[in-house]
Design a protein around this ligand. Structure first.
Ligand code: NAP
Length: 454
């Protein structure tokens, strides 16, 4: 891949990229099929991604007609890589085996190693014979919606497609690697004012938040809406609060430390709840929820914004869903895309039906939604939430930090890029938009004395 790196740094032409041979193997982060039971009997919290995530050479798969090889300059850690690396709720090899039943191209995915990662920025190296809109040398970001566009169910909203998958989680050849195999309809132009690592961290979390809040497929937020965001400095939340501000709403952020409260204030979110400081005990024991604690939470929200929120942005799941259904306003919407703390959910249905509330489910984003989100980033309206950048060799440590909720925003991973701060195509635009905004999360981490470049 070294030759490709030199070509990328030299701004080589499409023809020059075509002339460089694709290597037979490449470095990639992966979990192993024969280790899927390695954490049996270990508590979820103690399962250590540093033990299960390996970085080493893997064989390059053949390229399908509707696919592209991408030299991955940088990628990011998403929670799905944590799930893959701790083999919860299931080892991901079952997904790969199911995909393998879809014929020749699907069969490539069922390997004994699963190359993980669902984000990437980089450069197209080759395109398959059916690819029309992209060529070698194009600088791209990759979104993770993997759909078969010959399936009729993919043609209303592709997230409803019967065989919709998340690339690098439910498929192989993901982004935490020096090379990735993606479908052409996962490619988007790389925002021109960002570095490789800044461009790499957005697509999965930002597009998910976009669909949840802005899209008619999600909560369909409108001007003036008050939106409560759980985990407001986490991967999803850090884009959610920016989208709410940009769309003319008011964000109420919930976080779990004073440092995170300060971070939200620094990016203009005034209404913030420190859930640790408030010490909410929504569950009085493993089976019983405490409605008086929901009320205390609701009162706190009213004390900050004077009313109940129109929308609650949910993803912690079991620990918070009862409180969310209670606290959202009459007729309001709880939009959910996950259940980090447990997916067997319990809420008081009387609060839902008597007050005509809605629970809306959401999952990643279709191509159009991901594209719209990428454009907002390219226009400098929404900024990367990159706080710390790791090297590919330290991917296990990065995943552990996300697993243990020790991070803020997004953790980037340099793959082929040798150093940080490379890859900006339009320096004037970067200056116009302002590095203080683009690097707000990293600067905040640095101000706390944290190591932001590992
Ligand atoms: P993240 O970066 O870890 O952020 C999640 C935040 O949630 C944390 O920062 C934490 O914030 C808060 N949190 C965690 N446990 C909590 C609890 N028990 N109660 C209240 N708050 C809690 O993760 P993420 O990238 O935002 O992803 C969040 C979840 O969404 C994961 O389960 C992920 O798999 C899922 N997800 C789903 C999709 C999809 O397409 N369906 C896409 C992306 C992510 P504080 O400690 O500061 O409160």
């Amino acid at each position: 891949m070294q030759e490709f790196l030199e070509a990328i740094n030299a701004g080589a032409s499409s023809e020059e990229f075509e002339a460089i041979p694709i290597p037979e193997s490449y470095r990639a982060a992966h979990v192993k099929r024969d280790e899927a039971a390695m954490f049996e009997g270990v508590e979820s919290w103690d399962k250590d991604p540093r033990k299960s995530l390996h970085v080493g050479d893997v064989a390059t798969p053949e390229l399908g007609p509707n696919e592209a090889y991408v030299a991955v300059m940088a990628s990011s850690i998403n929670f799905n890589t944590v799930w893959s690396s701790i083999f919860e709720p299931l080892p991901t090899f079952g997904f790969l085996d199911r995909l393998a039943r879809e014929g020749k191209w699907g069969a490539r995915h069922a390997r004994d190693e699963h190359i993980v990662g669902s984000d990437a920025s980089g450069v197209v190296l080759r395109v398959g014979s059916a690819v029309r809109n992209w060529k070698p040398g194009d600088r791209v970001t990759v979104h993770c919606n993997h759909v078969d566009d010959q399936d009729p169910t993919a043609h209303d909203d592709s997230m409803l497609a019967a065989n919709q998958r998340i690339w690098g989680f439910e498929t192989n050849f993901g982004g935490l690697a020096e090379l990735a195999v993606v479908r052409a309809n996962q490619l988007m132009p790389m925002p021109t004012h960002l570095t490789w690592e800044e461009a790499a961290v957005n697509a999965l979390c930002a597009s998910t938040s976009y669909r949840m809040l802005i899209s008619p497929n999600g909560a369909d937020m409108t001007l003036g809406d008050k939106v409560l965001v759980w985990g407001a400095t986490g991967g999803l939340g850090s884009y959610a609060v920016q989208l709410i501000q940009a769309a003319g709403g008011t964000a109420i952020g919930v976080v779990s430390s004073q440092d995170k409260v300060d971070l939200l204030h620094s990016i203009g979110v005034e209404a913030v709840i420190d859930r640790k400081d408030e010490n909410y005990q929504f569950w009085s024991d493993a089976h019983t929820q405490d409605e008086s604690e929901w009320r205390r939470f609701g009162k706190k929200i009213r004390s900050l914004i004077g009313e109940d929120p129109d929308i609650i942005f949910e993803h912690p799941g079991r620990s918070t869903m009862g409180a969310s259904v209670f606290a959202v306003r009459r007729g309001g919407t709880v939009v959910t895309c996950a259940a980090t703390s447990g997916y067997m959910i319990e809420y008081d249905n009387r609060h839902l039906w008597m007050k005509l509330k809605r629970i809306v489910s959401s999952h990643f984003a279709n191509y159009q939604e991901a594209w719209a989100m990428n454009k907002l980033i390219d226009e400098g309206r929404i900024h990367p939430a990159l706080s710390t950048t790791f090297r590919l060799n330290d991917v296990g440590e990065a995943a552990l930090q996300v697993h243990h909720n020790q991070h803020e925003g997004k953790l980037g991973v340099l793959c082929l890029a040798p150093e940080m701060m490379m890859g900006v195509a339009d320096k004037d635009k970067r200056e116009r938009i302002g590095e203080d905004k683009i690097m707000a999360f990293e600067n905040h981490a640095a101000s706390l004395g944290k190591e932001t470049r590992r």
